[in-house]
Design a protein around this ligand. Structure first.
Ligand SMILES: Cc1cc2nc3c(=O)[nH]c(=O)nc-3n(C[C@H](O)[C@H](O)[C@H](O)COP(=O)(O)O)c2cc1C
Length: 384
């Protein structure tokens, strides 16, 4: 039953030392406005504008961790994704964080290693060998990337060695320590969409027969070790958010976990590693995750781990992300359903991507009853 009590969305939420003024999270969105990995001038005001207009928590665009193979030429967009190491980048991030805090907001960086999805021979360190658990991209018949991209990534490479895996875990830890040093309010780990962490979770990209591969729990070891290392490099009370998805850029219909039991087995070691909040990345927040229940992925993760959860996908819009590139998409108000699911305890926080890209004032307008700016694809190319 929909009661449409939107006020619930504007109530504070506190967990693990993070105190959000409302339930709205800005979803991580790659923008490619960081030539050489250093956020350009407009990035600080881009985030500060959204913080000033009541966004509870900002998760930044994906930021490459301090490892040579973390980023490729194309970060699925154009090729200027930021990093979180080196004086120039850290100075910029410190300013960005200061600006968001001055506007009353909170901000966490999304730490990203593209892994399997990085185009070999590209990025800030083109010579760096590919970082893939089993050397493979995965199935090629359903990929959600353009044909030329697929052609550049489909050839197998040498699987990661044990010591290379250790180096990457250490890179996540270094970047997390840097994040804390410049004042970020926590860490968000990109464990979704087929990138490196997710490629360990998914059986189609992780076919290892050593301790990093095997059943659902074994495939979660890499993610759990990353979380543990990030925890050790920061502080016991530094919030860690982990983004998980079933879908991959290799296959939108993919599932890392086929059943709730398998999902429980996979997430338990990651939660035990020290995650404070899970972020369930779906195309539509309301899509049932498993047969026999209306509950979405966020609800299942909350039920199975007991952790607070962020849901995402299609809030404020008539079409999900992939469809919006091809089909007419309009702003729509579906917040009553979001509010109901939060009130029922299915999830705690709601992330908003494209609607906040279109309109920095979106959260405030939703509170005050204003009309949001219209959906327009060109907004992806500006820092407005
Ligand atoms: C331009 C753009 C860039 C994105 N980049 C990232 C990213 O860097 N990391 C990530 O986890 N998700 C990324 N996403 C996915 C969003 O975080 C979000 O899950 C998705 O857009 C669905 O939310 P929405 O329907 O509210 O847009 C991106 C989405 C868009 C539109």
């Amino acid at each position: 039953m929909t009661t449409g009590d939107r006020d619930k969305l504007f109530t504070p939420f506190e967990t693990a030392g993070l105190r959000l003024r409302n339930r709205f999270v800005m979803a991580p969105m790659t923008r490619n406005f960081a030539p050489d990995g250093i956020p350009s001038d407009g990035v600080a005001s881009y985030y500060a504008r959204r913080a000033a207009a009541d966004v509870g928590l900002i998760v930044t665009e994906g930021i490459g961790v301090d490892h040579p193979a973390a980023l490729g030429r194309e970060s699925m967009g154009g090729g200027a994704s930021p990093v979180l190491h080196g004086d120039a980048a850290l100075t910029r991030w410190r300013d960005i964080v200061t600006g968001v805090h001055a506007a009353g907001g909170l901000i966490v960086p999304q730490l990203w290693h593209q892994g399997v999805i990085r185009v070999p021979g590209t990025g800030y360190h083109p010579q760096a060998p590919s970082a893939r658990p089993s050397g493979i991209w995965g199935p090629t018949d359903k990929a959600m990337v353009p044909p030329d991209y697929l052609a550049a990534v489909r050839d197998p490479s040498t699987p990661l060695t044990d010591s290379e895996i250790g180096d990457i875990i250490a890179a996540f830890a270094r970047s997390a320590a840097n994040a804390r040093a410049v004042g970020f309010d926590g860490i968000a780990l990109h464990g979704a969409h087929g990138y490196l962490i997710d490629s360990f979770l998914w059986g189609h990209t992780n076919m290892r027969d050593d301790r990093w591969g095997g059943d659902a729990a074994a495939r979660a070891l890499f993610a759990a070790e990353v979380v543990r290392a990030v925890r050790a490099a920061t502080a016991p009370d530094f919030p860690i958010i982990f983004r998980f998805s079933q879908w991959k850029l290799q296959d939108y219909d993919a599932r890392s976990a086929q059943t709730p039991d398998e999902l429980a087995a996979m997430l338990a070691p990651i939660a035990d590693g020290g995650v404070d909040i899970f972020d369930a990345s779906t195309r539509l927040f309301s899509t049932p995750a498993f047969e026999g229940s209306d509950m979405g992925l966020a609800g299942w993760i909350k039920r199975l781990t007991g952790k607070p959860v962020i849901a995402v996908g299609g809030v404020g819009l008539s079409k999900d992300l992939q469809s919006s590139f091809a089909q007419p998409t309009v702003m729509t108000d579906n917040l009553a359903l979001v509010a109901d699911r939060i009130a029922q305890g299915e999830f705690d926080l709601i992330a908003v991507g494209r609607a906040l890209l279109m309109d920095p004032l979106w959260v405030r307008k939703m509170r005050d009853g204003g009309a949001p700016d219209p959906f327009r694809l060109e907004a992806y190319a500006t820092l407005d």
